[in-house]
Design a protein around this ligand. Structure first.
Ligand code: NAP
Ligand code: ZN
Ligand code: ZN
Length: 348
């Protein structure tokens, strides 16, 4: 056992506060990573408040983890002490089911082990990256391109892969018109990736204050989703729409914006289900789909793509002690575009 220090919620909706806990002693295939930065995902907030049900407390959130390897087990091959490394939403899976065999560990049929709010094979709860360190099997640790700013890399481990994966799966590229709904942590990465893949990108936002930013981030067009005329002008024109919104909202209107055979994929997980009439799906043979993060191999592919194309997240680095205020700001959409905790401030 190694003693770790972090921030935890003791019960649902409780503010996060300092917490000491044990991590396993690194085994032969494990690496121990001293965490430098951890991104703040809206999923952290949903889970700390138990909005999806079944949450495990005390909870140390955080699944956008980057840092430096400080110890390696005797059989570790991919990392040496001193290497930068990352950990995303997954720390283990069954490794044998069809999904795991295809590198889609997030869809493991027996259930992959999530970085926090999950249980290890020994039944013990997992604790995330709002902490000084993490111990993880090297197969679930990612290599970080040396050229990238480490704080800006952290959000790639969830917001990055969660948007990269569906854009790749639905083959978004040049000659296509793509919509991104919501300009938050996930949305701004979706915008960057869809542009990098060559699509014509339309950003939908509810925030007038984000219109200029969306253009700066690469949007070809920006639409205020509260403007019915602007929305109507895009009816029947999109090949693909990615919805990253964290709160209940109308998705019916977006379905009518798809071309025949177009797909709208949901990655946002509001705490109440949407209402969808079958007609917009039926009349255009349109699809409504979902997508969960991404597998380890694709996460590495995404990080390498970001290294080649100099893509990072736009971050506001915060001190650990300000996490509860950061959650309130995130709820108001007041973050441009991802909070990242500097773990050097953990004991301040
Ligand atoms: P975020 O940074 O808070 O961004 C969410 C954005 O949604 C906001 O910036 C806002 O954009 C828009 N929004 C918020 N409330 C809205 C409302 N009532 N109506 C319309 N738009 C609204 O959150 P995030 O970290 O990107 O996460 C987004 C969602 O994805 C969360 O539900 C999270 O749990 C989920 N998620 C899913 C996966 C997955 O694997 N599927 C992975 C990670 C996260 P505008 O200001 O531009 O309108
Ligand atoms: Zn996340
Ligand atoms: Zn599996």
């Amino acid at each position: 056992m190694t003693a770790s220090r972090g921030y935890a919620a003791q019960v649902a909706k409780a503010p996060l506060a300092p917490f000491t806990f044990d991590r396993r002693t690194p085994g032969p295939r494990d690496v121990q990573i001293e965490i430098a930065f951890c991104g703040v995902c809206h999923s952290d907030l949903h889970q700390v408040r138990d909005e999806w049900g079944g949450a495990i407390f005390p909870m140390v959130p955080g699944h956008e983890i980057v840092g430096t390897v400080v110890a390696v087990g005797s059989e570790v091959q991919k990392f040496s002490v001193g290497d930068p490394a990352g950990v995303g939403c997954l720390v283990e899976s069954c490794r044998t089911c069809p999904s795991c065999q295809e590198g889609l560990e997030q869809y493991c049929t027996t259930g992959s082990t999530f970085t926090y709010n999950g249980r290890d094979s020994d039944g013990k709860p997992t604790y995330g990256g709002y902490a000084n360190d993490i111990v993880v099997n090297e197969d679930f640790a990612l290599t970080i391109p040396a050229s990238l700013d480490l704080a800006g890399v952290a959000p790639l481990l969830c917001a990055g892969i969660t948007t990269y994966s569906p854009l790749r799966h639905w083959k978004v590229g040049a000659g296509q018109k793509v919509g991104v709904v919501g300009l938050g942590g996930l949305g701004h990465m979706a915008l960057k990736f869809a542009k990098a893949f060559g699509a014509h990108v339309v950003q939908f936002t509810t925030s007038t204050s984000k219109i200029e930013d969306a253009k700066r981030l690469g949007a070809d067009e920006v639409v205020l989703s509260s403007d019915p005329a602007a929305m109507k002008a895009h009816a029947g024109t999109f090949d693909f729409i990615l919805d990253t919104v964290s709160a209940p909202h109308d998705i019916q209107g977006f379905l009518g914006m798809l071309k025949r055979d177009g797909t709208m994929t949901l990655v946002g997980v509001p705490d109440a289900p949407p209402t969808v009439h079958p007609f917009p799906l039926i009349v255009g043979r349109r699809s409504l789909a979902g997508s969960l993060i991404g597998g380890i191999a694709e996460t590495q592919e995404m990080l390498d793509f970001c290294g080649t194309h100099s893509i990072t997240s736009d971050v506001e680095v915060i001190a650990m002690s300000t996490i509860n205020e950061a959650y309130e700001r995130m709820l108001k959409g007041d973050v441009k575009y991802r909070f990242v905790i500097d773990l050097a401030t953990l004991d301040a």
